[in-house]
Write a protein that binds this ligand. Structure first.
Ligand SMILES: [Zn+2]
Length: 302
């Protein structure tokens, strides 16, 4: 089996793969069902067309995009209600900590759940996917997000020479891994938006990903130069500007699933229809005709 990406897509397009289990259906009757999982073979004829993909897979993706959306709103809530107003209102410290902990926990919970669902593999091509695919790298953020949070908390609690050494040693490799994951996320979102057919999300995913990467490529050497020069103002200023860029484009990247949430929902409804048996379809079409006829006879007063 070829492992490079172009070989992978060529392999998938030359085969007639079942939308639910990836079984090669070449030579079978198009009106029949997959011998492995009973999915309609007619759906497989449409290949990459998202309206014919496995409805369950699409529903999980739609659920994932809604979870990330909720996580994003929780994050905005953390920043909005915890960091700013409560500080001004001088809310007692333990209450602030408790509220903050709940808010942060809900952000992590919804983001991780969203990442997990959004990273669900397409069952059609799951077995043929390269080991280090963008989707796999993105889905590993499911573990990386809480791990980074815990590590940051531990380092903050144990501020001292040991924590300083750990930060110095692990900071760069962790930052690099994080960068690769975020790149993979942007690329995966671009692919998903292309499949769902939301062109605005396709261009935004590409632009935000590139802008984030550019900011990171400025940030990393600026931090290193500040460390080498003992905090030279130009280096510090560069690191600050690049850091703001990373933060801004990071938030924009987080907003990407909201662009495709509706598209995924529509695609999953279309896929349910496309997968239904011909008899069910005829009955549903008949029902819709009756509803339309009733509406036009009852509502038309001219
Ligand atoms: Zn199948």
């Amino acid at each position: 089996m070829k492992s490079d990406r172009s070989g992978y897509s060529a392999l998938c397009s030359s085969a007639l793969l079942c939308q639910r289990c990836g079984y090669d259906l070449r030579g079978l009757d198009a009106a029949g069902r997959c011998p492995e999982c009973n999915a309609p073979i007619s759906a497989a004829l449409h290949g990459e067309q998202v309206e014919f993909a496995d409805p369950q897979w699409l529903q999980r993706l739609a659920k994932g995009s809604r979870c990330v959306k909720t996580g994003g709103w929780s994050l905005a809530l953390v920043c909005g209600t915890w960091l700013v107003p409560l500080k001004w209102l001088d809310v007692p410290s333990p209450l602030r900590i408790a509220l903050g902990a709940v808010a942060v926990a809900s952000v992590v919970f919804f983001l991780c759940l969203g990442i997990w669902y959004l990273g669900e593999p397409d069952p059609r091509t799951k077995d043929r996917e390269p080991t280090l695919s963008h989707r796999r790298l993105f889905r590993s953020m499911f573990a990386a997000v809480p791990l980074t949070l815990v590590m940051s908390l531990v380092l903050l609690r144990t501020a001292g020479p040991a924590a300083f050494c750990v930060t110095q040693l692990l900071g760069a490799p962790i930052g690099l891994v994080g960068m690769v994951m975020i790149w993979a996320y942007g690329t995966y979102m671009q692919w998903l938006a292309t499949r769902v057919g939301v062109s605005l999300a396709v261009t935004r995913a590409r632009d935000y990903r590139n802008a984030y990467t550019f900011s990171w490529l400025l940030f990393a050497p600026a931090v290193f130069a500040s460390w080498l020069t003992g905090g030279h103002p130009i280096c510090l200023c560069g690191a600050f500007i690049a850091g703001i860029g990373m933060l801004a484009f990071g938030v924009l990247l987080l907003s990407l699933p909201t662009y495709i949430a509706d598209g995924l929902q529509r695609a999953s409804a279309a896929a349910i229809w496309n997968w239904s048996a011909p008899d069910d379809k005829a009955a549903e079409a008949e029902r819709m005709r009756n509803v339309t006829a009733e509406n036009s006879s009852g509502g038309d007063c001219h």
